[in-house]
Design a protein around this ligand. Structure first.
Ligand SMILES: [Fe+2]
Length: 355
């Protein structure tokens, strides 16, 4: 049977710009084997790419792989020049991973970065594919086209659902975190527009778990130190996967930092107090609350008094103290509403108008 992905790859033309002949050969071999129809490689000079596109008799570049020499200002200048005239996706590569390279490339408008030495052949193939896909999705989206944006967000939401469907007890977790985040955010004084974006960030907060092995994600027992180290990568995986999508840009700080702690002992960056983006702090407490108060494969829901005790215990250590006070107040109001409704013989405790 014909595989549509294979056809798209065979039609795709890639250009590799790399000063090292051995690495050029490596890139060509890996990408050709992955089924990309045309792979041309040159030394990392912008003029060679320019000639390839403009004087290459119908040749084009759907994506450029640019091997950066991080110590060379000349190399950075060349990357800037490539970004200046080439409109398609550019994937920056280096031999060894360095977050400083990623930041600097990002600053030049090159959000896709991989270290080939660390990620290997499979990682390179995957990164080229995701960079191409992200670029194609972005090209479909016109800022003024609400309908396309909605369709796109629906696709992303389906991906989150697929992830959560693996575990029946987390099926509604992201949406639940979104609801609680919006409730807390509203009390904290966020605008209606910000509340919509905060809700979206909350829906996607664990999107990076898509890159965590299933046996770790669904392990019914406590994770080992090694497994926990892998699990802790999910916020940065989400940031890396979503960073090339313009539509998600304002959500990335919240998604990346939803596991930071008020006392600085969280991850991935060890930010503390108001260094942590506000939306990230809100999602953090909403996430913790929903996890404590819900059933999981490995645990029963925690009784309300215990949840409250945990929130107080985490006040100004794990959580923003102001947000703890807000959530505790919301929970007290919900409990009062519930008691009142029980008195009136009406059992639905959740006040949807508050969402
Ligand atoms: Fe998370």
């Amino acid at each position: 049977m014909v595989n549509p992905e294979e056809i798209v790859r065979a039609e795709t033309e890639l250009v590799v710009l790399d000063d090292a002949p051995a690495w050029r050969e490596f890139h060509e071999r890996v990408l050709r084997r992955a089924g990309f129809g045309q792979v041309n490689s040159y030394p990392a000079q912008p003029s060679l790419l320019y000639d390839h596109i403009n004087h290459g008799r119908g040749r084009r570049a759907d994506l450029v792989v640019f091997a950066i020499q991080p110590q060379s200002e000349f190399s950075w200048e060349n990357l800037r020049l490539v970004r200046g005239f080439f409109q398609g996706p550019v994937l920056a590569t280096s031999e060894r991973f360095d977050p400083a390279i990623r930041e600097r490339a990002h600053g030049l408008g090159v959000p896709d970065y991989i270290s080939v030495g660390d990620c290997g052949e499979e990682g390179l193939e995957l990164k080229v594919e995701t960079a191409l896909t992200a670029f194609r999705i972005n090209s479909l989206i016109d800022d003024n086209d609400q309908r396309t944006q909605r369709i796109f967000l629906n696709i992303m939401t389906v991906m989150v659902k697929l992830l959560e469907n693996k575990d029946p007890y987390t099926r509604f977790h992201s949406h639940s975190v979104a609801i609680w985040s919006r409730m807390i955010g509203r009390r904290r004084g966020l605008s209606e527009e910000d509340l919509i974006r905060l809700g979206l960030a909350a829906v996607f907060h664990d999107f990076g778990k898509i890159g965590i092995p299933e046996e770790i994600l669904n392990k019914p027992a406590k994770l080992t130190d090694e497994e926990f180290t892998i699990m802790k990568q999910h916020p940065t995986i989400a940031r890396d996967l979503l960073s090339s999508l313009d539509l998600m840009h304002d959500l990335l700080p919240a998604i990346t930092h939803h596991h930071e702690r008020w006392d600085g002992r969280g991850y991935p960056a060890g930010l503390k107090t108001d260094q942590i983006p506000l939306w990230g702090r809100i999602i953090c407490i909403a996430d913790a609350y929903d996890t404590m108060a819900s059933r999981r494969t490995y645990k029963e829901p925690m009784p309300e008094e215990k949840v409250l005790a945990e929130l107080h215990r985490g006040r100004a250590t794990q959580f923003d103290p102001e947000l703890v006070d807000i959530l505790v107040q919301i929970l007290a109001e919900k409990a009062a509403e519930k008691a009142h409704e029980k008195g009136n013989g009406n059992g639905n405790g959740l006040n949807h108008t508050a969402l």
